[in-house]
Design a protein around this ligand. Structure first.
Ligand SMILES: NC(=O)c1ccc[n+]([C@@H]2O[C@H](COP(=O)([O-])OP(=O)(O)OC[C@H]3O[C@@H](n4cnc5c(N)ncnc54)[C@H](O)[C@@H]3O)[C@@H](O)[C@H]2O)c1
Ligand SMILES: O=C(O)C[C@H](O)C(=O)O
Length: 311
């Protein structure tokens, strides 16, 4: 199985590293516009093979899409990241043009690929990719919820002082500092509601930390995060290529689910060889419904800025 990762920067390279380290695909192509950069990242990753024991072939190319031909999955990470103090939404001006041209190039060489969109503002870039390519909605998946959910589980595990893998929790809604919805009511520690162990105040703190998880890391690092984003993409790609049918919160095109239409937003999805195989439309309580409607409005407003790119 072949995966192309467009953008060999922090997230793209980390994603290629995670996919090859875990043997998820037989071939990974990294593509970047910076001369020699993807080639260098690919060579560095390949030189891990004997120490970590993987057999994935990783190669890098400078803007040569012919080398990406017939990819099963294409991950788009090209574009600029935010700096401390910025929101993801501020990246739209530069990233929309990049993502659109990349999506056109990708499709010309891999007409059957499933596309995973990572570039920010991710929900809007996912919507743009869907509209610009005209691909069926099951083949365009925005990655954000997998990362936000892993951060939610991390913060819960810190508050519980227990391992993250014993915690089950999901974040839905937009992938933005104010649009994420950590589903605290449904989070559990080994099947037991977390509210049995943490006070309302502690849970509110965990939810707030989750929502600004990306901003916190950007403040510490000077640019946005990459290890957990790369690993989250690999987790999603694994479910596609190996038809695992995992339930993962992804930004997908909704048509009536959660009371919304004509936007891409984070909802629980069954992810398998056909991409998005099902949207799991669970019953939210009134507060969660209100939060989802507000999040959807913000995502919809952002999409309005795409008019000139999609014209
Ligand atoms: N969805 C998420 O959960 C999530 C997580 C982390 C980062 N991101 C986003 O991913 C994007 C990349 O972040 P990063 O930290 O890897 O940035 P980065 O600057 O390290 O890497 C971006 C790379 O894209 C390349 N690039 C730019 N234009 C290109 C084009 N037209 N074709 C091919 N490559 C091109 C650049 O040369 C660069 O190497 C940002 O928009 C960031 O906000 C999203
Ligand atoms: O925070 C960012 O800007 C990057 C990414 O969306 C993240 O959540 O790490």
């Amino acid at each position: 199985m072949k995966v192309t990762v467009v953008g060999a920067g922090n997230v793209g390279a980390s994603c290629a590293d995670s996919i090859s380290y875990r043997g998820i695909a037989s071939e990974v192509v990294l593509l970047d516009i910076r001369e020699g950069f993807a080639e260098g990242k690919a060579m560095d990753i390949m030189q891990c093979a004997t120490n970590t024991g993987f057999n994935t072939r990783v190669s890098g190319v400078t803007n040569d899409y012919s080398k990406t031909a017939n990819s099963d999955v294409v991950v788009i990470t090209s574009g600029i990241p935010r700096k401390p103090g910025m929101t993801r939404e501020e990246l739209i001006g530069i990233n929309a043009g990049i993502v659109k041209s990349v999506a056109d190039n990708v499709l010309a060489h891999s007409p059957n690929a499933i596309i995973v969109v990572v570039s920010n503002p991710m929900d809007t870039m996912t919507y743009l990719t869907l509209k610009a390519t005209g691909l069926p909605k099951n083949r365009i998946i925005g990655m954000g919820g997998a990362l936000d959910s892993s951060r939610f589980r991390y913060y819960l595990s810190q508050a519980l002082d227990k391992p993250s893998n014993d915690v089950s929790a999901m974040v839905i809604g937009g992938h933005g500092d104010t649009t994420m919805i950590p589903l605290t009511r449904l989070a559990s520690y080994n099947g037991i509601p977390v509210s049995e162990f943490l006070s309302e105040e502690e849970l509110a703190k965990v939810a707030a930390a989750t929502m600004v998880g990306g901003a916190t890391l950007t403040g510490l690092l000077g640019t946005s995060a990459w290890y957990a984003p790369g690993a989250s993409v690999a987790y999603l790609v694994d479910s596609i290529l190996n038809d695992q049918k995992k339930m993962i919160a992804c930004s997908v095109f909704v048509e009536g689910e959660y009371g919304q239409n004509d936007i891409c937003i984070g909802v629980p999805c069954i992810i398998g060889k056909n991409g998005v195989e099902q949207i799991v439309d669970i019953a939210l309580n009134d507060a969660e419904k209100a939060a989802f409607a507000k999040s959807a409005d913000a995502v919809r407003n952002m999409n309005a800025d795409l008019k000139s790119v999609l014209a």
